[in-house]
Design a protein around this ligand. Structure first.
Ligand code: SD4
Length: 331
């Protein structure tokens, strides 16, 4: 496996874009020590998600264990994070854009290739539920902005102020020094992407985020884009991403990983290739994080990232594990 030493881009550091260690999950409650696991073990049912969102995988597992389907498992699983006000990268309590508006992105995909997404939607606490309604109640795949919000009200969702006092104070603090540059350090990148296989062997996925903190108004990343932030093919497997969405969009990352698995790669090999495609497009600039996770039809899993620090959760009958991901860079 080819690796390179990480050399920080001094210009970027000086601009304050990377100021703290490239690590983290903001769901302190669910943090547990990392355990090494055999990530290629084939087991179903299974739920897997980006980062240490143990409460979310626990919820998904509850659904799967009760015989529920993969779609309900990922939907209910990621909602745990959307509802967690202490998680300021997903759902209610998410960090705002640079103008102080919390805008949420989410998508969901089922075993039949049906999918739904909402982009840059304000005032609705559970974008994943609206994405599911887009999938199930409309002839469309994506609704954006005001249209998504209007559709949510029509579906009975309540208007909610998503900017918590804490997020507001952080944003005001950021405004003092930031010069309105979007922050790309990893503590602002804790999107939850989740994949599950149910007892019937069917696969579904969901991805939800408040996106890049202090982003430009209207900016949308990879997370609600089917093929980029999430992709599921029930014959092959699924993949989902976290990190700087622009780079994942440029390589259609999750679709790529599923296609690589179709060609015979393991989930681990496919995630590694996905990251390497991104690296190849950014030879001079690697000061950003991307993490991919993937699962194949058998229930084998994989994860890979650019910078050390990314982890992913798996929940099966064999246990609930926070897996350290291998990284392209070492330091
Ligand atoms: C985005 N991919 O909006 C998201 C951010 C993210 O963990 O993954 N955060 O670009």
């Amino acid at each position: 496996m080819k690796r390179r030493k990480f050399i920080r881009n001094s210009g970027t550091v000086a601009a304050g874009i990377i100021s703290t260690p490239l690590l983290a999950s903001c769901n302190e409650k669910s943090k547990t020590p990392l355990k090494t696991s055999n990530t290629t073990e084939a087991v179903i049912p299974i739920a897997i998600c980006t980062w240490d969102f143990g409460n979310a995988t626990a919820k998904a597992w509850e659904v799967l264990k009760a015989g529920g389907n993969a779609l309900d498992a990922v939907h209910q699983g990621v909602m745990v994070e959307e509802n967690d006000l202490n998680n300021n990268t997903v759902g209610n309590g998410g960090r705002p854009d640079r103008d102080g508006h919390v805008t949420l992105d989410a998508c969901i995909m089922d075993k039949d290739g049906n999918c739904g997404a909402v982009l840059a939607m304000e005032n609705i606490a559970n974008p994943i539920s609206v994405a599911r309604k887009v999938m199930e109640e409309t002839p469309h795949v994506m609704l954006a902005g005001k249209g998504a919000e209007q559709f949510a009200y029509e579906q009975g969702f309540e208007k909610t102020d998503l900017l918590t006092e804490k997020s507001k104070q952080d944003w005001l603090e950021w405004k003092k020094t930031s010069e309105y540059k979007p922050i790309i350090n990893i503590e602002n990148h804790d999107t939850i992407g989740m994949l599950a296989i149910d007892k019937n062997g069917d696969i579904a996925g969901a991805c939800t985020t408040s996106g890049m903190a202090y982003k430009m108004a209207g900016r949308v990343g990879d997370s609600p884009i089917i093929g980029a932030g999430l992709f599921v093919d029930n014959e092959i497997g699924g993949a989902t991403a976290t990190g700087v969405g622009e780079e994942v969009v440029r390589t259609v990352g999750s679709f790529l990983i599923v296609e690589l698995m179709r060609q015979g790669k393991s989930p681990q090999e496919a995630c590694e290739e996905g990251v390497k495609r991104i690296i190849a497009k950014n030879k001079d600039k690697q000061d950003f994080q991307i993490g991919f996770i993937a699962i194949n039809k058998k229930g084998e899993t994989g994860g890979y990232c650019i910078h050390p620090g990314f982890t992913y959760r798996t929940y099966t009958e064999n246990g609930h594990i926070n897996n350290p991901s291998e990284s392209y860079l070492e330091y």
